[in-house]
Design a protein around this ligand. Structure first.
Ligand SMILES: Nc1ncnc2c1ncn2[C@@H]1O[C@H](COP(=O)(O)OP(=O)(O)OP(=O)(O)O)[C@@H](O)[C@H]1O
Length: 305
């Protein structure tokens, strides 16, 4: 089976609310694809449609070329973590996984392997009712891995993890992609995906607004700007302004220059004898790039008082 998810032209309304408005993207093997967008952008609905839990009004979603509903032994094709809270409180972690394995016709021997993979061996005989959200997330991921699927889909898996858990999760997702799996991970926080995702599918108002590699997104959002560090800020701004640049001051000795390439900036400053200590390519953070992209698509924005 191909390790892919294909989402094509999904539309879905809930009453007056348009949750999906032509959502289309592909998740390829061997990569972590971040699925990001503000609250209400349609990420969970898309995942639910992919898993056949919600029906789309239009469009289709395929896993390894097939709709979820036609997959035999679906857990061996796709593992998903949608709601880590969905646990029977009186069951131990191990029994939860055994129950799931047996109900899906999978070999119970996988249970101890996946518990070890997610670092939960020592808690395997504890009841789920006493688990923190972070432990529930780990258990949910163990469940997703039970069928050793080539495709994984995780909705906000970092939610509730402590800093050590977040670092673990990043490495874990990378290793799953390194094994050739297609990994789709949703988040409404770009910072969570900064060191994890290879590609980003950025969504807003039910559709894709960018589908790009992380590196390309940062380059595009940085818009060829240049950071100039100089103790002679006023003189530098005057000569660069005459040369056609536009500028923003970021701190006492730093200017972000738009409209002139760095070689030209250096030439202009040298020609007028303006001293400077650094001219460098300006790089936005992934968070800033994301804020730029989604500025018009936030469903609820707090109002400053
Ligand atoms: N069962 C439902 N009934 C009514 N409206 C729904 C339902 N599920 C989702 N919606 C609405 O559809 C839109 C998309 O919601 P969805 O949960 O898919 O977004 P999301 O990107 O996952 O958001 P979040 O980051 O908050 O989880 C929202 O406006 C939401 O209120």
């Amino acid at each position: 089976m191909q390790a892919t998810i294909e989402v094509n032209g999904l539309r879905k309304r809930f009453g007056q609310t348009t949750a999906l408005d032509g959502m289309s993207f592909t998740v390829t093997p061997g990569q972590v694809t971040g699925f990001v967008g503000p609250n209400g952008a349609g990420k969970s609905t898309t995942m639910r449609v992919i898993l056949g839990l919600d029906a789309a009004d239009e469009g289709h979603a395929l896993i390894g070329g097939q709709p979820y509903i036609s997959l035999r032994n679906p857990l061996t094709h796709v593992g998903a973590l949608l709601d880590a809270g969905a646990l029977q409180p009186s069951r131990t972690a191990r029994n939860h996984l055994l129950w799931l394995a047996h109900s899906q016709g999978l070999n119970g021997r996988r249970v101890d392997e996946v518990l070890q993979q997610v670092g939960m061996q020592s808690a395997s005989r504890r009841k789920a009712s006493g688990f923190s959200l972070g432990m529930r997330q780990r258990l949910g991921i163990a469940a997703a891995l039970l069928g050793d699927p080539p495709v994984l889909m995780l909705d906000e898996p970092v939610n509730g993890l402590d800093p050590e858990g977040i670092v673990w999760m990043r490495g874990f997702l990378r290793s799953l992609a390194g094994e050739g799996r297609a990994v789709l991970v949703s988040s409404h926080l770009m910072s969570e995906l900064e060191d994890t995702a290879d590609r980003l599918v950025v969504v807003g108002k039910g559709r894709v607004i960018a589908d790009t590699s992380v590196a390309d997104l940062i380059t595009t959002a940085s818009r060829g700007r240049v950071t100039l560090r100089t103790a002679a800020r006023s003189e530098a701004m005057a000569v660069l302004g005459r040369a056609g640049a536009t500028m923003a001051v970021t701190d006492r000795d730093t200017i972000v220059v738009s409209g002139l390439p760095s070689e030209h900036i250096v030439a202009v400053l040298n020609a007028d004898g303006v001293p400077f200590s650094e001219v460098a390519t300006y790089r936005v953070t992934l968070e800033q790039a994301y804020m730029d992209l989604t500025a018009d698509t936030v469903e609820y924005r707090g109002t400053a008082r």
